[in-house]
Design a protein around this ligand. Structure first.
Ligand SMILES: [Zn+2]
Length: 96
């Protein structure tokens, strides 16, 4: 017998789950496109983004391209790839 229980993930999402699986479906949905996005950029750029706490696609969309270029590890060569990857997910960089 399984009962659906209300859970709250560390980020405050409320969701119902059966069984013991602790994965929050809302966090998963946010993380998935971001993981795709990161595939387009190199490891130094990825670390730069993560060091700024940019861990969802929503956050790069808050930055302008100039802001991103200030991050160590992110060169102008990464920008077209990032722009395209964001666009595919329905986001874009902040207009500077
Ligand atoms: Zn969550």
């Amino acid at each position: 017998m399984s009962t659906r229980t209300l859970r709250v993930c560390p980020k405050g999402h409320k969701y119902y789950k059966t069984g013991d699986c602790p994965v929050c479906p809302i966090c998963e949905r946010v993380r998935q496109p971001y993981a795709d996005f990161l595939k387009h950029i190199g490891a130094p750029a990825r670390r730069a983004l993560e060091s700024k706490g940019i861990d969802t696609l929503f956050k790069p969309s808050k930055l302008s391209e100039q802001d991103l270029l200030k991050l160590h590890g992110l060169g102008p060569g990464s920008l077209p790839k990032l722009r395209k990857a964001l666009k595919e997910k329905g986001y874009s960089f902040k207009k500077s």
